[in-house]
Design a protein around this ligand. Structure first.
Ligand code: C2E
Ligand code: MG
Ligand code: MG
Ligand code: MG
Length: 282
């Protein structure tokens, strides 16, 4: 949790690194160093078709280690956005993701779609769509194999015109758009109306309590019905248990992502696993 000790002084207690205390200035130094020395890595988390379990693609997740312990993206991404580092990090992630996908294809695998998380400041850059298209071309990737994941906060606030035009350019080139963490943001329904949304990703906070919470079941069931009527596909994220999976299946969810299917993998592991899983086309 973030603890505010006055301006520029906050520290974070991060449970994922077992109580390690990371101060803002330290984290800032870690980020700058990681950019300068190419220390960002990516992990690939597979997602599959709900009905058949067939491999469908990978979500790309940035990874950063500090002296051997992982620093959670939920910690450093917001700071990177604030400090103006996020576009450089985003480029590194995109570059590594596309290189990994190209290598898989060259190895005879069928990696499926790559879904990449993109932050608001990246979408505000006028050249973003063009850069993405250039990177895709350089790696021989059809634009329809790329999905951009954004949260709804990217659609509100500053420079909405630039963001809208970037999203329109990406849509026209064939790149897919997924609304991430769906249900936790604002004015979700108007976003579905106003943008070319291909997928929504139901936030894991709704998935988590499906077994215990009848309201969450009603919400998720309703969201999935709504999405279907709008021709939007639904990904459930954070699926961990068979009970969660069974509810989501009964609601007609299209794609499954979560530890029950696979944890995020290193590029190497995704590659190795891919040999059987991905080329069998099951
Ligand atoms: P997200 O895009 O919603 O990604 C899903 C998060 O849920 C990932 O956390 C993933 O590791 C985790 N997850 C997947 N399956 C399960 C499960 O079954 N149970 C639980 N408890 N968690 C699961 P991660 O990798 O820590 O990333 C956190 C967030 O950081 C992401 O949420 C995304 O908003 C942001 N992020 C990650 N990589 C990038 C990136 O390259 N660029 C940007 N801008 N943001 C990123
Ligand atoms: Mg995501
Ligand atoms: Mg999400
Ligand atoms: Mg999230």
């Amino acid at each position: 949790e973030a603890k505010h000790n006055g301006r520029n002084q906050w520290c974070i207690f991060d449970q994922s690194v077992r109580g390690k205390l990371i101060c803002r200035n330290h984290l800032k130094a870690i980020l700058a160093d990681a950019l300068d020395n190419d220390r960002f890595q990516i992990a690939l988390q597979p997602f599959c078709k709900f009905e058949t379990g067939a491999h469908s693609g990978f979500e790309v997740l940035v990874r950063l280690d500090d002296e051997g312990s992982p620093v959670a993206p939920d910690l450093f991404i917001p700071l990177a956005e604030e400090l103006g580092f996020i576009s450089r990090i985003g480029r590194v992630v995109m570059q590594k993701a596309m290189a990994a996908r190209q290598a898989m294809v060259q190895a005879g695998l069928r990696p499926g779609k790559f879904a990449i998380n993109v932050s608001a400041p990246e979408l505000r850059e006028p050249c973003f769509a063009l850069e993405v298209q250039e990177l895709l071309a350089q790696h021989d990737i059809p634009p329809t194999e790329l999905v951009i994941e954004i949260t709804e906060t990217a659609l509100i606030g500053r420079s909405t015109q630039t963001v809208a035009s970037t999203l329109q350019q990406l849509h026209e080139s064939g790149v897919g758009l997924a609304l991430d963490d769906f249900g936790t943001g604002f004015s979700s329904l108007s976003h579905l109306r106003d943008f070319h949304v291909d997928k929504i990703k139901i936030d894991k906070s709704f998935v988590h309590d499906l077994e215990e919470d009848a309201s969450d079941r009603a919400l998720v069931d309703g969201l999935i019905s709504l999405a279907r009527r709008l021709g939007i596909e639904v990904v459930a994220e954070g699926v961990e248990t068979t009970a969660q999976r069974d509810y989501l299946r009964s609601f007609g969810c299209d794609y499954l992502q979560g530890f029950i299917h696979s944890r995020p993998l290193t590029v190497k592991a995704a590659d190795g696993q891919g040999c059987d899983d991905l080329s069998s086309g099951k």
